[in-house]
Design a protein around this ligand. Structure first.
Ligand code: UT7
Length: 351
């Protein structure tokens, strides 16, 4: 039997932080309204130089470094994003070039805030089927580029960033045990962005809120059932970070204590496809996940789409230092990849 384990994780967010008070200077809102209604205190917003590809690449370099996997070992790169820099080439192809991942296939996937779990599912299935051995899965967004900064209903909610994981084949039971992917296109008008570059993201917040609480409950129950877990056995839930009240409502409906839900929405806002991998990365770094823990990931968003995954976490929280030193000597280390990525992405910026 082949299993797909998460063996590396990384994140990258833009330097610039925009607080609720900053927004209250430009639209009719307040720190108190945003914090109470969403749980958000601040978000990171990209500069002109920080692109979806550059954020993706930075997150990927950390994930590869953590995994001790040279870029040349990657068979597949999937980037989930609704804010790619180009219609084509795909963000994944730009990342492939920046990393020097010369043996990888690369494509983008569009499933909005559920997209990272769609991508994780595709990569894990390919590994379990034996088609590939090692994959890089990224969720990345530059939502600031499609938000109407004069619309208080939406501009306070979103942020930019990227998160990445490395998945690797193993005979050791565990890893991504099961995934559930769903869509309901009839709900598309609740959250959309037209192709036309001049138009911004449109959302019916109340409708998305109702949809989100309903599907989080149902899909988490379904992946727990498939994995053979009861809600008492689940150690950590990493949900899409859209609204603290949505997470709270889902926690109550599921009967899983809120302390088991990892929450970082206060610092990043809703980063769509990037929110789950950024949160997962921070949950591991904060020591929330121990080997053998039962982890549930769940996301929902435009499409409408939703997805969940049950993961048995078997990776020790510390990276394997020795193999990293060997990789650095071979020119595969994070520093070598970083300098190549800088060169490649600069060439893109210069057109
Ligand atoms: O990844 C998926 C993407 N989206 C989501 O997950 C969003 C899901 N929805 C939500 O999180 C919530 O619907 C919101 C936080 C967006 C809004 O909360 P709500 O409880 O649904 O409030 P509402 O839209 O019904 O608005 C309540 C009031 C309205 O004023 P009136 O009509 O009652 O006078 C809004 O105009 O709050 C007003 N309002 C604001 N006030 C201050 C809306 N946005 C703001 C704001 N500051 N930023």
């Amino acid at each position: 039997m082949r299993y797909a384990h998460i063996v590396g994780w990384g994140k990258s967010v833009p330097e610039k932080i925009v607080t609720n008070d900053d927004l209250a200077r430009t639209v009719n809102t307040s720190d108190e309204w945003i914090r109470t209604m969403t749980g958000i205190r601040q978000r990171h917003i990209a500069s002109d130089k920080e692109t979806t590809a550059s954020l993706s690449t930075a997150a990927a370099i950390d994930a590869l470094d953590m995994a001790g996997v040279p870029a040349a070992q990657l068979d597949l790169i999937i980037v989930s994003t609704v804010t790619p820099d180009y219609m084509f080439p795909s963000t994944a192809a730009l990342v492939q070039d920046a990393l020097g991942a010369d043996n990888a296939g690369a494509y983008d996937l569009s499933a909005a805030c559920a997209g990272f779990l769609y991508a994780l599912s595709q990569a894990a299935d390919s590994i379990r089927a034996g088609t590939i051995h090692t994959a890089l899965v990224i969720g990345a967004e530059r939502l600031s580029s499609i938000v109407d900064w004069k619309d208080r209903n939406t501009c306070v909610l979103f942020g930019d960033g990227a998160g990445a994981v490395v998945l690797k084949a193993s005979t050791q039971p565990g890893g991504v045990l099961t995934t559930l992917l769903r869509a309901d296109g009839s709900g598309g008008p609740a959250l959309y962005k037209r192709q036309n570059a001049a138009e911004t993201l449109q959302m019916n917040g109340r409708e998305v809120f109702r949809f989100a609480t309903r599907v989080m409950d149902k899909s988490v129950r379904e992946v727990m059932r498939r994995a053979g877990w009861t809600n008492d056995q689940v150690d950590v839930v990493v949900p899409h970070q859209a609204n603290i009240r949505i997470i709270d409502t889902a926690a109550k409906a599921l009967g899983i204590p809120m302390e088991k839900f990892f929450v970082n929405i206060d610092r990043y806002g809703n980063t769509s496809a990037a929110s789950i991998p950024i949160a997962l990365c921070e949950a591991v770094t904060a020591g929330k996940l121990k080997p053998d823990d039962k982890l549930v990931l769940v996301g929902f968003g435009g499409g409408l789409t939703w997805a969940a995954a049950a993961v048995q976490w078997l990776v020790p929280p510390k990276p394997v230092k020795r193999s990293q030193r060997v990789l650095s000597r071979l020119g595969y280390g994070a520093a070598a990849i970083r300098s190549r990525a800088r060169r490649v992405l600069r060439r893109l910026e210069d057109g």
